[in-house]
Design a protein around this ligand. Sequence first.
Ligand code: BG6
Ligand code: MG
Length: 226
Amino acid sequence: MKIKGFIFDLDGVIVDTAKYHFLAWRKLANSVGVDFTEEQNEQLKGVSRVKSLEKILAWGSITLSDDKFTELMTKKNHDYLKYVDQMDESEILPDVTKVLAYLQLKSQPISLGSASKNARNILKKVSLFESFDAIVDGTDVSKGKPNPEVFLTAAKLLNLSPEDCIVFEDSVAGIQAANNANMISIGIGSSEVLFEADFVFKDFTEISTEFIDMLLTEELKLKNQS
Ligand code: BG6
Ligand code: MG
């Protein structure tokens, strides 16, 4: 059995914060007169706070001063943190804890690989901070997904080569980042949206211990690497 690195995205993979990001961005978009659909939201998943606001403003052909831009980013995060403050273990998505426990039982290293600058805070809120051997978040990287920096940094911290790492992601940008890092990409969500992933599951309840054993024992051929 090989040692593999398992890298988890946070928002929409470990916890259902994707819905809180959506609510906070929609409120902000609407406040500057921009409609905000579920499809547009999909394009913001995995994308940094700055890039997300840039996209929303571009959709509305809006140009702002730097000060106003910073003010809106602060506002969005303020709204988002109101949801985060209410979080506890009950917000961990189904069977995430089970998969983490199985990987720990098999002595497999685990890292976080998130674009969020709030990631450490959220992991503490849901009592999962101690479950990770390494944490890489939006405060540790300069290039956002789909750039592979976040996952390559995680691999380095785990002392593993990228080819021996497996990424769980719910966003298109994140799957692309994993593929760009030459890692196995596992989409969590809809296969129609995450068609670039090596594997897709609706959620962790669909991920069996047999599947994880297969990841640990077989040489997998990557189908989507750049
Ligand atoms: C990603 C989310 O994990 O983090 C994005 O999918 C979010 O929606 C990004 O914009 C940055 O998060 P934060 O918490 O730093 O604003
Ligand atoms: Mg995500």
